[in-house]
Design a protein around this ligand. Structure first.
Ligand SMILES: [Zn+2]
Length: 347
C-alpha cells in the first residue's frame, strides 16, 4: 500500500518477529501490521492534459540509483539471523554487480546498545557504501512540529559523522516519504535542511518492498516453503508493475523520463530477493548510477509545493499537486500479505 502514514517503511516494526514467535508459541492471535491502511490515492483525479498511456515513450536504458532505508535494523529479525549478516550480504551482492557507493539511510536510535547493529553499519561503510540521515528514531513529519523534526535530524548526525568519516553523509530521506502535512511545515523543514547543507534524497521508484518483510518472517518461522515461494513471486510481480507505472508517472509529471532513485529496505527478505530484483532491472534495460549524479537532474529541483499528509515519490507528488491523472495500476496484494502464515502449522 502506498502513500499513507506508515506505508513506506516500517523500522518501528524492528525485532517484532521475535515477539511474534513467542506469541505463536503461546497460541495467541496477534496482529503485527499497523492495521489496515488506506489505499494509494485511487485513479479518480480529473483527466490530465497528457495521455495516460505513454508506455511507448519509455527509455530503452533508464538509469537508477539504488538506496536502502532504515539502516541498521530494518524489519524483523529471526532468532538465528543477525543485522551484520543482512548488511554484509546486501553489500556483497551490490559489489559483485559493480554497484558502488550506494546510500543507506540511518536511524541512529537503532545503534544504541546493540553491537550487532553497530557491526552491521560498520560493515556497510567498510564495503564502500555510503550513509545518509533518516532522523534519529523515524518519526513522521506529519506527527511532529518542524522544530521537533529538525532536532530529530540533528540528533542523527553524531553517528553519521562517526561512521561515514570524511564521506558525504548530508543526504536526507524523509521517513515514510512524508514531507509535511502543511505547506508551512514543509517549507520550514526544507529551509532548515538546506541551511544545514543537506540535499533531499528524493525517490522516483517505490514498490513497498518492506511490506514483504513481516510475512516472510512469519513463513520462515513456520517453515512454510509454499508461502515463501508466493512471497518471492509476488514481490517480483509487484516490483515489475510499480517500476513500470512509476516511470509512466515521470512522463506525465515532467514530459520525459528522468534518472531514477529506487527505495529499498535493508531487511532479511531483501537479502533473499536482491539478486532477482537486480536481474529484473537489468532485463528492463536499467543502468546503475550514483545518487548524487542522478539527483543533479533538474527535475529533482522541482518542489511540488503542497502540504499533504501523503507524501510519496517525487513524480507522484507532482501529479497530485497538479491534479493530473495517474496511470492505472493493480494494487499490492495487501490482504494476502497480511494474512499469510498467521495460523500456526497443523500439529
Ligand atoms: Zn524509513
Amino acid at each position: 500500500m502506498r502513500h499513507s502514514a506508515g506505508a513506506y517503511d516500517n523500522c518501528s516494526m524492528g525485532r517484532v518477529w521475535l515477539i511474534a514467535g513467542l506469541l505463536f508459541g503461546l497460541g495467541a492471535a496477534v496482529t503485527l501490521a499497523a492495521g489496515p491502511r488506506p489505499p494509494r490515492a485511487p485513479n479518480t483525479q480529473p483527466a490530465g492534459r497528457r495521455s495516460a498511456s505513454p508506455v511507448w515513450r519509455l527509455k530503452s536504458h533508464p538509469t537508477v540509483a539504488l538506496t536502502f532505508d532504515d539502516l541498521p535494523a530494518a524489519g524483523g529479525l529471526s532468532p538465528d539471523d543477525t543485522r551484520l549478516r543482512i548488511a554484509s550480504t546486501l553489500a556483497a551482492e551490490l559489489k559483485a554487480r559493480h554497484i558502488e557507493r550506494v546510500y543507506g539511510f540511518v536511524t541512529a536510535d537503532d545503534l544504541q546498545d546493540d553491537p550487532d547493529s553497530q557491526q552491521a553499519l560498520r560493515a556497510w561503510v567498510d564495503a564502500g557504501m555510503n550513509i545518509g540521515n533518516h532522523t534519529w528514531s523515524h518519526p513522521s513529519l506529519n506527527s511532529q512540529t518542524a522544530a521537533r523534526f529538525e532536532r530529530q535530524v540533528a540528533l542523527d548526525e553524531p553517528a553519521l559523522r562517526q561512521y561515514a568519516g570524511k564521506r558525504d553523509w548530508r543526504w536526507f530521506r524523509y521517513p515514510y516519504l512524508e514531507e509535511g502535512n502543511t505547506l508551512t511545515k514543509r517549507d520550514n523543514v526544507r529551509t532548515w535542511l538546506r541551511a544545514h547543507g543537506y540535499r533531499i534524497a528524493d525517490v522516483t521508484l517505490n514498490f513497498e518492498d518492506d511490506d514483504w518483510s513481516d510475512p516472510y518472517g512469519r513463513c520462515l518461522a513456520q517453515h512454510d516453503q509454499a508461502g515463501i515461494a508466493w512471497l518471492k513471486q509476488s514481490y517480483l510481480d509487484n516490483a515489475a508493475q510499480f517500476i513500470r507505472v512509476e516511470r509512466e508517472e515521470e512522463l506525465l509529471a515532467f514530459g520525459h523520463e528522468i534518472p531514477n532513485v529506487l527505495l529499498l529496505h535493508e531487511t532479511a527478505f531483501t537479502t533473499l530477493m536482491l539478486p532477482s530484483l537486480l536481474d529484473l532491472l537489468q532485463q528492463e534495460g536499467f543502468r546503475f548510477a550514483l545518487l548524487p549524479k542522478v539527483e543533479k537532474n533538474p527535475a529533482y529541483a522541482v518542489d511540488p509545493g503542497v502540504g499533504s499528509p501523503d507524501g510519496g515519490p517525487l513524480p507522484y507528488q507532482v501529479l497530485i499537486a497538479r491534479h493530473l491523472k495517474l496511470p492505472p495500476f493493480t494494487p499490492e496484494p495487501v490482504e494476502r500479505l497480511n494474512s499469510l502464515c498467521r495460523q500456526p502449522p497443523p500439529a
